[in-house]
Design a protein around this ligand. Structure first.
Ligand code: R2B
Ligand code: URA
Length: 305
């Protein structure tokens, strides 16, 4: 029902902000794009998928990977270009219908990006885009290398909403993720994948160290026993992983009527430690796993067309 309110009948993204259409132009400052300076319909009108992940390098690598997977050819003599390079904030690559964007670390960073990417979808008249976050996380009783598809995103108080402070008021937006998308992603897990892919609750924090109960930050004022008790409490509540963006990602996409999913690979089991000590080659291989799953989804969609 909510979708009817926030999307046009043809599936194009409708902004819940009457101010934007009254503006002469809209400068998407952190993307180094603008509705006055760029033909956004021409540049982005064919987008179907927006894939976000933390680092510029990972998203460039995903862009190259998805290009090979969907058999997309760049025009002769051209190479992949970071469209937002002159923002010096985020990196963005377009591979046919797939937009690959880095979101940085944490809610403020992904939140700013989402405002501008959702407006980009609106200006470009994109229809029914699907957004994915392909990221990393800490596992709770979950081995390093395991892929987690988020069923429910909760904040660090286990609330299923994203709290933002607007004009000095607390605003709560539900972190609703598309259940069917979760099922579809799960159905794309192959029985012979050499790693586990699980579903569960993802907790989002605004800090990597104390905020995730780590003993190895610059400060720590709790014991190892207290840490483990806390993790056990999270586990009991159904939390299988912790990261730093999912509540804002889920809430803002839902508020915009956009279908979205979160797929992360665990870098360690937090019951076993706090430091990320897997070798670089292993981490690189693990980080491919969420990309593989999302790539299967994209390929299946494109094959059906
Ligand atoms: C996962 O990894 C980053 C912290 O290392 C953060 O962006 C996240 O959500
Ligand atoms: N990202 C996080 O936010 N936490 C971890 O433990 C690992 C990656």
């Amino acid at each position: 029902m909510v979708e009817c309110l926030v999307r046009y009948r043809d599936g194009s993204v409708r902004l819940r902000n009457p101010n934007i259409e009254l503006m002469d132009q809209d400068i998407l400052y952190h993307l180094a794009l603008g509705s006055g300076s760029h033909d956004l319909v021409e540049m982005f009108g064919d987008i179907k998928f927006v894939c976000m992940g933390g680092t510029p390098k990972r998203m460039e690598q995903f862009a190259n990977y998805i290009m090979a997977e969907i058999g997309h050819k760049l025009p002769a003599g051209t190479t992949l270009l970071d469209i937002s390079q002159y923002s010096y904030r985020y990196s963005m690559y377009k591979v046919g219908p797939v937009l690959c964007v880095s979101h940085g670390m944490g809610i403020p960073s992904v939140g700013i990006l989402l405002h501008e990417i959702i407006k980009l979808m609106y200006h470009a008249k994109v229809k029914d885009p699907v957004f994915f976050r392909i990221g990393t996380c800490g596992g709770i009783g979950v081995e390093g290398g395991t892929v987690v598809i988020t069923e429910e995103a909760v904040d660090d108080m286990l609330n299923p909403y994203y709290e933002q402070h607007v004009l000095g008021q607390k605003v709560h937006r539900p972190t609703t993720l598309d259940r069917q998308l979760v099922r579809e992603l799960k159905a794309l897990v192959y029985s012979d994948d050499p790693y586990d892919t699980i579903l569960g609750k993802t907790m989002c924090t605004s800090d990597f160290y104390e905020g995730q109960g780590r003993l190895d930050g610059a400060f720590c004022e709790f014991s190892e026993a207290e840490k483990n008790e806390y993790l056990a409490k999270l586990q009991e509540a159904g939390v299988v992983n912790i990261e730093m963006e999912c509540t804002a990602f889920a809430a803002l996409t839902h508020h915009a009527g956009i279908k979205a999913g979160v797929v992360c690979v665990a870098l360690l089991d937090r019951f076993k430690g706090d430091q990320v000590c897997a070798p670089k080659e292993v981490l690189n291989e693990w980080q491919m796993r969420p990309q593989e799953l999302v790539s299967r989804y994209i390929k299946r969609y494109l094959q059906r067309k």
